[in-house]
Design a protein around this ligand. Sequence first.
Ligand code: ATP
Ligand code: MG
Length: 376
Amino acid sequence: MDYQVILIENDRLTLERLSGVISSTPGFTLAARYQHAGDALGQSAMFKPNIVLLDIDVKGNLALIPEFIASFPSAVLICASSHWDAADAEQMVQAGAKGFLVKPFSGEELTQAVQIFGKNGMARGSEVMAFFSPKGKSGKTTLIANLAMSLAAKIGEPVGIIDADLQFGDMAVFFNLEPKSTIVEATRDVKFLSPVTLNSYFVPVPEAENIRVLCGTKMPELAEMVEIAPFEDMVRMAQSLFRYVLIDLPPGFNPISVAASELANTTYMVAMVGGGYEVLHMKRALEIFKAWPDYESRVKTIFTRVSPCTDEERKILEKELEYPISAILPNEYLLVSAAANSGRMAVDIQPDTPLSKQISRLSKDIMGHRIQWGEQ
Ligand SMILES: Nc1ncnc2c1ncn2[C@@H]1O[C@H](COP(=O)(O)OP(=O)(O)OP(=O)(O)O)[C@@H](O)[C@H]1O
Ligand SMILES: [Mg+2]
């Protein structure tokens, strides 16, 4: 059966235009349309809509969301506006709206909105995690790809990866993706996007239905096209789509890594144990993050290729670093490279290896399980 839609749109021309879009989209029927929200509320007994589309460009309509939800309890409430605004989005979700569309929308966008938001609604309490490394070759991209797999499998909700390692991002290679659009187009277009349209810039990972990746630039010289303010807007918009947003970054402090870390709920500093200077570099980077008054809760550390990967070894590193270490990953070069070469992840191919177990432990930690060290 078709979705029964009630449309509330103050602007007469837009009302005509959107009515036409809804009526001509397969699977949707326009049950009723109103210029004024008050009129729609008064008529609630007449219709049992599945979808209420509410114009929030009219002052006061945002505040009516709870009343709409009470009047149309079996409908999904989708807000529509001429532009996306992160602060409004926060208010919409708090009030119980499930989705958002930028006007005028197409039939395809309407269909996608129902697909994306119909099940869980806009992501609530979405968490942004930035992965920072003082230097390159820290095992960061491997960690992010595997962690995303583990989180998505456990939570069953969408997880987004943003490859913001602007010049040499290789997340697309890890997942064997061939993106049509990348971070360059997403940040260029963000002013005109809504979560629904931004979603199509993220490429789905065929092996993991809940993961989507916004791939990095196709050539290093395109990096300079990614500006910071639109990048920040884009990350905030992505929060409406994904329960977790994981951001891969270029090594060191630079405009994009600083912006992403500032924006993130948690910044993970990642280093690979190797030549012996990693702890020192990590310490120096940590000194900079200490400018944040709440750095102790926002900055976490991870060491990769730790051998032996034991609690004792973690404690030794912790003592040297003089800061808690959130996770250590074992040396598993063959496993991670073989997995990445096949476009799949180690946690997926071999869930029982020490690496997979440590990543699983970290994802449980992120999801809020208070588990003891050593417990898997
Ligand atoms: N836990 C691990 N044990 C052994 N080798 C690993 C581990 N994690 C990653 N590697 C290997 O280390 C190399 C660098 O890993 P990765 O690309 O994930 O790091 P990165 O910090 O993202 O590097 P870049 O600076 O190039 O972005 C790769 O060859 C990868 O296969
Ligand atoms: Mg990398």
